[in-house]
Design a protein around this ligand. Structure first.
Ligand code: GDP
Length: 286
């Protein structure tokens, strides 16, 4: 008969594996809708007719493909001349992206709630592979926008930290943590901050948020003795005396990357290669 391994090969080719899930978060105006629209139009699955009605009020789920030249973690040494690339364009890697409204009022109910549900899901169909947090790098010079953006990112990271710490306590099997890509969008604009300063600004602002939160917790516990302030309510290490940086989160296994790009002018080298580097990040999660 046919050797067993061949059966396995054919089975794998025939049964399409469940697509990996990514969550797209970020304040409104960052470019999330523009990004999902671009991905759909580039996708070899083609755009869905219904998605032309993307609104910023509800969350939408799209299934798109990775360009065949973008390597995946399981296929990272593939070269451009590799004959398997031809295979890859016939059988493209699919992933799913959930876009959520970034409007202040809808954040808690939709963005954060979605993150909580997906981050704790054990079902492979809904399990979360990564979070893409999109920011408008031209808008961060505005104090209020910076504060708003950093507050949202802080809350996202806190959910992931709680998940990471909680699992360490209760379960013996430690699943892979959920990485975060801060997609520093709109690099095509004159006024855009480069990704390095976006990182610094966000870290400094999150540090401020974290310090005022710690102070709030301390004041509260002095007021009422019975209130037990939980350690894991503070992002990063417990010692909020130190300055916050994204690398602090690597202690609990959360990797944060800040990568520049532009939805407008996709594939143009001078604009951080469009969305290419974000697609490469997605590929490394697969
Ligand atoms: P959302 O609220 O996060 O979904 O943001 P949208 O996708 O609606 O984008 C907000 C505005 O930013 C729109 O006018 C987009 O055309 C614009 N935009 C999105 N990406 C870029 C970009 O890379 N460069 C520039 N210049 N504008 C962008």
């Amino acid at each position: 008969g046919v050797p067993v391994f061949l059966h396995l090969v054919f089975y794998r080719a025939a049964a399409s594996p469940p697509s990996s899930n990514f969550l797209l978060l970020g304040p409104s105006g960052a470019g999330k809708t523009a990004f999902t629209t671009l991905l759909e139009s580039k996708s070899s699955l083609g755009p869905k007719k219904s998605t032309s009605t993307h609104t910023s009020q509800t969350s939408t789920l799209i299934t798109v493909t990775l360009p065949p030249t973008v390597p995946t973690a399981s296929n990272r040494y593939r070269s451009v001349n590799d004959p398997s690339l031809k295979e890859a364009s016939k059988n493209p890697v699919k992933y799913r992206l959930r876009d959520t409204p970034g409007h202040g009022k809808l954040r808690a109910s939709q963005g954060i709630a979605e993150l909580q549900a997906m981050a704790t899901s054990t079902d492979t169909k809904t399990k979360l592979r990564g979070v893409i947090f999109m920011v408008d790098t031209a808008a961060l010079v505005d104090e209020a926008t910076l504060r708003d953006t950093a507050t949202y990112l802080h809350d996202v990271l806190l959910v992931l930290q709680k998940r990471a710490l909680g699992k360490g306590k209760s379960s013996t099997k430690r699943a892979a943590e959920i990485p975060v890509l801060v997609a520093a969008n709109k690099q095509d604009l004159f006024t855009a901050l480069p990704p390095g300063s976006v990182r610094e600004k966000l870290e400094a602002e999150i540090d401020r948020i974290r310090k005022s939160k710690t102070k709030g917790l301390m004041d509260a516990s002095m007021d009422s003795a019975e209130l037990d302030a939980e350690d894991d309510d503070v992002l990063g290490d417990d010692d909020a005396q130190s300055v916050f940086s994204f690398t602090l989160l690597e202690q609990v296994g959360i990797k944060v990357d800040v990568t520049g790009g532009a939805v407008k002018g996709d594939q143009q080298e001078e604009f951080g290669s469009g969305v290419r580097r974000w697609e490469e990040w997605v590929g490394m999660c697969l």
